[in-house]
Design a protein around this ligand. Structure first.
Ligand code: NOJ
Length: 564
């Protein structure tokens, strides 16, 4: 069946350059079968909602078979659907329904590590040291006469040791949880298998991929291990810091941001370009800005996330610098940038900007929440006001924008989940240090009064909504013309007018405002100062993130302006 595309903005091969991508965390979106976990049928049932919202694409966080030790980023089989989430037939139905609605589908690919339940890892455990099965992962001998010491004292990103013993004198490397063994990307079978995975999903109608930890696949660890050149965890941490700062020499880190990684992506790009239109890919790469264009290059992945906005405080000078730098970085590779304030890994931005320390780096705000909760000083109304102003700013910038399920409702981070409800390994592996990421992964509230707030007809949601989510439920906000949901709907509808040429002209040097113009003549003004700002002459307001005061733009407010 050929379905014509009702969304002209996704019809061209360049659709991704200024697309509005909506991130779905499938377990927490909509539970159609009532088992307490969101599923693909649930997503399909909400496509009319997504269409009305005005998005161009969905990005699905992993929905593959998984023990959910890291929320699905522990993949046991890259070419199937987790039975808890649905079937391949459900996936096909969802993709067809998206296509009919003019919505593209992007799926998450996790190449750095598999789950320890993956058949390759299970075979590696059985086959023993030195076997070809082990060579698909990063196994090394333990140190000492009994080989009972890890090859190094390195720490994994989730906290605790990065080397896990398997009981026969060998250890395997895991940069994340112990249930996520790192794959060996020097192995031809690993390379070939991922190409097979890309084709598998592309042939089922997927338009692009989000590449998890794209800066970590290539590894040359042996030069950093062993008696000849041992590197301690402190030395590795320093290298990581320098890598992020952009002061590290190339290829000086054993496993982060190494140049060999681009050989992998060039190989993938050839496959992506066999499709019409070519498949898109966006790198999740935590690297310095000077290296980012390498990930976003046209012969590589094509686009890379810019996370600077989500690491920044609500500050016009910082925001402006980030805009200038991100656009310049993207231009270096002929790519377009990506804007993102919230995702499944960070404290929701409506809460970050409500905290007494105003968010800042997302790990800092997680630490803040762990120690103080949201705190009596937190002003959630202010946080939401700032979050919507900031979002309206990024929605009007050239480049693609990523929004995360529930931010269109103004959902806040749930900071006070009891320990027994928590699932995120970072909470357990960094006790007393990290509150974890469960608070932004709570089930969506669809109906204020419905069972499970409309999330599902059966069991209670796996991360249940707090009472405070009722007032933010979709059916409540739908009816309120002043709700966050209706603001997002209007903004995304109007945003299609801005998906034109990608230039931006700065209209003011005032340090308390951000004021720019797009090629279609629209202006965007965000006021961060205490005093209200007048609407520029000859302009009228098309949309405002908060009410105007005496016809002027009050503090913490963004307006989109069109010729009067
Ligand atoms: C980045 C993902 O966004 C995060 O959720 C996951 O825990 C790690 N990569 C490991 O896959």
């Amino acid at each position: 069946m050929t379905i014509s595309n009702p969304n002209p903005h996704t019809a061209s091969a360049d659709w991704w350059r200024q697309a509005l991508v909506y991130q779905i965390y499938p377990r927490s979106f909509m539970d159609a079968n009532g088992d307490g976990i969101g599923d693909l049928v649930g997503i399909t049932s909400k496509i009319p909602y997504l269409k009305e919202l005005g998005i161009d694409a969905i990005w699905l966080s992993p929905f593959y078979p998984s023990a959910l030790k890291d929320g699905g980023y522990d993949v046991a089989d890259y070419r199937d659907v987790d039975p808890k989430i649905g079937t391949l037939a459900d996936f096909d139905d969802m993709t067809a329904a998206c296509k009919a609605a003019g919505i593209k589908v992007i799926v998450d690919i996790v190449p750095n590590h598999s789950s320890d339940d993956h058949e390759w890892f299970q075979a590696a455990l059985k086959a023993g040291p030195g076997s070809p099965e082990r060579s698909r992962y990063m196994f090394r001998d333990g140190l000492g006469p009994n080989k009972d010491q890890p090859p190094a004292d390195w720490e994994c990103i989730f906290g605790g040791p990065a080397w896990e013993p398997v009981g026969d004198g060998q250890y395997y490397l895991h940069l994340f949880d112990a249930s996520q063994p790192d794959l060996n990307w020097d192995h031809p079978e690993v390379r070939a298998d991922f190409i097979k995975t890309f084709r598998f999903w592309a042939d089922r109608g997927v338009s692009g991929f989000r590449i998890d930890v794209a800066h970590a696949c290539a590894k040359k660890i042996d030069d950093f291990l062993g008696p000849a050149n041992p590197h301690t965890k402190e030395e590795i941490a320093t290298l990581c810091h320098q890598m992020l700062e952009g002061t590290l020499d190339e290829d000086a880190h054993p496993y982060l941001d190494r140049n060999e990684v681009f050989d992998i992506y060039r190989e993938w790009r050839k496959v992506f370009n066999e499709y019409d239109p070519p498949l898109t890919a966006v790198a999740e790469a935590w690297v310095s800005s000077k290296r980012k264009p390498l990930y976003a290059s046209a012969d590589g992945l094509g686009q890379a996330f810019s996370f600077d906005m989500l690491m920044s405080q609500f500050d016009p000078v910082a925001f402006k610098q980030i805009i200038v730098d991100s656009l310049a970085d993207a231009a270096k590779s002929g790519s377009s940038t990506t804007w993102v304030f919230s995702n499944h890994d960070v404290v929701r931005h409506a809460t970050r900007h409500a905290l007494a320390d105003d968010g800042g780096y997302h790990e800092t705000s997680r630490k803040y929440l762990l120690n103080k909760g949201v705190g009596p000083e937190a002003d959630l109304a202010l946080g939401l006001r700032r979050a919507t102003a900031a979002t309206m700013m990024i929605l009007a910038l050239p480049g693609s924008a990523y929004i995360y399920q529930g931010e269109e409702l103004g959902l806040f981070e749930v900071a006070d989940l009891p320990a027994e409800e928590r699932q995120d390994p970072t909470f357990f592996r960094k006790p007393g240090v990290d509150v974890g990421r469960d608070g932004c992964r709570i089930a969506m509230p669809w109906e204020a009064e419905g069972k499970n707030m409309g999330f599902g007809p059966g069991k209670r949601p796996h991360l249940e909504q707090p009472e405070g989510y009722r007032a933010l439920a979709v059916d409540v906000e739908d009816k309120d013309p002043r709700s966050t949901l209706n603001l997002y709907r209007k903004a995304l509808g109007l945003r299609h007018e801005l998906q034109c040429a990608e230039e931006l002209e700065w209209l003011s040097d005032d340090k308390e405002v951000i004021h720019f113009k797009r090629p279609n003549g629209w202006e965007v003004l965000v006021n961060f100062g205490e005093e209200a700002r007048a609407i520029p002459a000859g302009r009228k307001v098309a949309l405002a993130s908060s009410d105007l005061v005496d016809g002027a733009v009050p503090t913490d407010t963004a307006v989109w302006l069109v010729p009067a």
